[in-house]
Design a protein around this ligand. Structure first.
Ligand code: FAD
Length: 320
């Protein structure tokens, strides 16, 4: 019996957030007296997969079908069910990101499994199988008890610090019976995400809202981000207005970030925005309105015009 984890990779490397999912699975496996089987879909080098042992995976089940290098929710679901059946697994874990959110509900429906979406804790086994998660757009926490035999969990990103140990995972090829329907979606075009730092993995984020006035001022956000080695993000209206690409929008309907530092510039702090950023360890808000709601969630605040403050802040960081 083992805990099955969906592993994501890009350009030949495992995504950092997937290492966290493996480590989380290893914690659950330890509690439940099982092992961890990481499921890798698509093409990836053996040595990269073996290294998953350093984060707690004993085994890698590899489906080396190049079509799986991009998300096909039906095919991913099919592969995870095959893996879970092979491993007699009662617990399946994915990340609470675009892929996990596409696959987990399908798994849950097909396996009649309870689902906790956006787990923030290990299951409390003294209390059934209770897992902490956010509710009401992050206004409150709930402990959700999964009572079904099979359990599906999506893990909120950046919830646990990563720690590496010695270890090497064994690799087994997994045969999955795919049908044409599993690959019903055709990707016509893929665009490389802008910036060097992946937003979901970033430890530092500089984010802009409508207070930035227009896309012509985004150089100020990018300048500060570059000096800090941070990723850039934005509020939803900014993406809706095409000032920034949609993958940068964070919040209830966008991505979730939990960096060490989140700098919010010209963002009001609506509850839907906070839902995606409130897990940040330190929040700095720059806003010209001292009554902006974001200040209530901030550790540090600067009241003033972002267009004046940002160049000075960037200069100050440069001097460091
Ligand atoms: P605004 O609300 O217009 O705020 C701009 C801020 O900039 C103000 O606080 C203002 O004081 C400040 N400002 C103006 N000029 C300056 C200046 N020169 N210097 C400094 N500060 C300045 N929003 C999200 O972000 N993410 C989501 O996922 C999301 N999902 C949603 C889902 C639903 C169902 C709904 C209904 C809404 C959702 N929204 C989401 C929208 C959300 O409610 C807010 O409307 C949005 O977050 C506001 O974006 P903003 O703060 O950039 O703009």
């Amino acid at each position: 019996m083992s805990v099955v984890v969906l592993v994501e990779h890009t350009e030949g490397n495992i995504k950092k957030k997937s290492l966290e999912a493996i480590q989380y699975a290893a914690g659950i496996a330890q509690k439940t007296g099982t092992t961890v089987s990481a499921v890798v879909l698509g093409t990836l080098a053996d040595n990269v997969m073996q290294d998953l042992g350093q984060y707690g995976a004993q085994k890698v089940l590899h489906v080396p079908d190049a079509r799986l290098n991009q998300l096909h929710a039906r095919a991913y679901t099919n592969a995870l069910i095959t893996a879970a059946q092979k491993e007699d697994s009662k617990i399946i874990i994915a990340l609470h990101d675009i892929n996990g959110r596409a696959v987990a509900p399908r798994l849950s429906a097909k396996l009649k499994a309870g689902l906790v979406a956006g787990a923030l804790s290990y299951p409390d086994l003294t209390n059934g199988f209770a897992i902490k998660k956010q509710v009401f757009s992050g206004k409150a926490f709930a402990y959700v008890n999964i009572t079904s035999d099979v359990k599906v969990i999506t893990l909120m990103l950046n919830t646990f610090p990563l720690s590496k140990t010695e270890g090497s995972a064994s690799i087994q090829k997994l045969d999955v019976n795919f049908s044409d329907k599993d690959f019903g979606i055709r990707v016509k075009e893929t665009n490389k995400i802008t910036g060097d730092i992946q937003l979901a993995d970033a430890q530092l984020v500089v984010s802009g809202g409508r207070g930035m006035k227009g896309p012509e001022n985004w150089g100020l956000i990018e300048g500060l981000a570059k000096e800090l080695g941070a990723a850039t993000a934005c509020s939803r209206p900014v993406a809706d207005a095409h000032w920034r690409p949609h993958h940068e929008h964070v919040g209830q309907t966008g991505g979730t970030v939990r960096p060490d530092l989140y700098i919010a510039v010209g963002i009001s702090g609506a509850i839907q925005h906070l839902a995606g950023v409130s897990g940040s360890k330190t929040i700095v808000v720059i806003n010209k309105d001292p009554e902006a709601p974001f200040f209530k969630a901030a550790n540090y605040g600067v009241v003033g015009d972002a267009l004046e403050i940002l160049p000075r802040l960037t200069q100050a960081v440069e001097k460091f």
